[in-house]
Design a protein around this ligand. Structure first.
Ligand SMILES: *Cc1c(COP(=O)(O)O)cnc(C)c1O
Length: 374
């Protein structure tokens, strides 16, 4: 029997031969982790790709986020969005800070600057916005608020690797790492670009370099010196090698995802009651996800569409539902009624399968199942 199931994503991999060629030298060096040759090479290639001078690699994006929050010595309240993956709020909470949830914008689901400003108190120390689905936040408005209230801005850019924006004043394309005091990227297997597990933080203040790198290796800064109470969050050589290989194919992968996205848009953009996100002018998107919003006028609920797809072996995801503020571990302290736009979106959004090798017949089949629900 042919397996016709379609999962929501499929990890990108280089060819077996390309990967084994990249890791062959590890059998000569026997250097498997602790910032070896692959780690250094990957870090340099990422610097080039993202156009940054300061970057630190981590075992995963979550550890990178926790570490930069700690390194910036934040205190008190941190304003963030409930429309994200658990990691964003968990990192804030696990660093002893108090997450405060702002609402999102109805057009691109990123954090709403007006909502941020209403929540600022004397205890606020930072903002952690998320470039959700790879949609860049309103970085100018956020920068303006941060300057006026002297707040740090740490972007969760886990979805935004490969996204670029045209800067009309410099005349150059800038990566998602160009904004705020720091940006965290995730290279998890399910992301547009992966190193199996992995992550990085790009940061503006070069003085943070030693702290971040010390922190990921028990705070060890020299053969006989341990300066920080650090943890262990080092990226190993095999993951770095996977990242090096996958980076070579990133542009081709994004180009293929774009073709898949265009086919979804061609199939669904004129269906009454289905809303698709727009990517805006002057942005090179990464097509990380394929979210659709099933409005009331569509005639079937998000859950009905989800079930119909599941019945036909298609794995969509209710991403992001529930809102973080509705998680079991948070709902006693927060109410999603205070972020009404996020609450509405979480109830009717569905992300459809999206990966570079998704075939055009498969996209058509998925769209047919969705349209049949109305
Ligand atoms: C994946 C993800 C993370 C965490 O990254 P890991 O590399 O899995 O630790 C954080 N925030 C968002 C929005 C994510 O999607």
């Amino acid at each position: 029997m042919i397996d016709t199931r379609i999962l929501v994503t499929r990890s990108s991999m280089p060819s077996f031969d390309e990967y084994t060629a990249e890791i062959a030298s590890l059998w000569e060096s026997h250097w498997l982790t602790n910032m070896g040759a692959k780690h250094k090479k990957f870090e340099m290639e990422l610097q080039k790709r993202l156009g940054v001078s300061n970057i630190a690699l981590f075992v995963n994006g979550h550890a990178a986020l926790e570490c930069i929050l700690e390194a910036l010595q934040l205190k008190g309240e941190v304003i963030t969005t409930p429309f994200s993956f658990a990691s964003t709020t968990h990192a804030i909470k696990r660093k002893g800070l108090t997450p405060v949830f702002a609402d999102i914008k109805p057009d691109d689901f990123t954090i709403d600057p007006a909502s941020i400003e209403r929540l600022i108190t004397p205890r606020t120390s930072a903002i952690v916005p998320v470039h959700v689905y790879g949609n860049l936040c309103d970085v100018e408005a956020i920068r303006d608020i941060a300057e006026r209230y002297e707040l740090k801005v740490i972007y969760d850019a886990a979805h935004a690797f490969g996204v670029e924006r045209y800067n009309s004043s410099s005349g150059e394309w800038e990566s998602a790492a160009a904004f705020g005091d720091a940006s965290m990227f995730s290279f998890h297997a399910t992301k547009v670009f992966n190193s199996i597990e992995g992550g990085a933080v790009c940061f503006r203040d070069s003085g943070l370099y030693d702290i971040l790198n010390g922190w990921k290796n028990f705070g060890i800064t020299g053969p006989e010196s341990v300066e920080y109470v650090g943890g262990n969050a080092k990226m190993n050589e095999f993951c770095a090698a996977m990242g090096i290989c996958n980076l070579r194919h990133l542009d081709a992968e994004i180009a293929k995802r774009k073709v898949v996205a265009e086919q979804y848009y061609a199939n669904l953009s004129n269906v009454p009651g289905i809303k698709l996100l727009e990517h805006g002018e002057g942005v090179r998107h990464n097509y990380a996800y394929m979210p659709i919003v099933l409005e009331e006028s569509f005639g079937a609920t998000r859950d009905e569409v989800f079930d119909a797809l599941a019945n036909e072996g298609v794995g969509a995801r209710k991403y992001f539902y529930p809102l973080i503020s509705d998680f079991d571990c948070y709902r006693a302290i927060y109410s999603s009624d205070r972020t009404p736009v996020a609450k509405d979106v979480a109830a009717c959004v569905l992300t459809l399968p999206m990966y570079a090798d998704l075939m055009s017949e498969e996209v058509d089949r998925i769209c047919e199942i969705v349209k049949r629900c109305k």
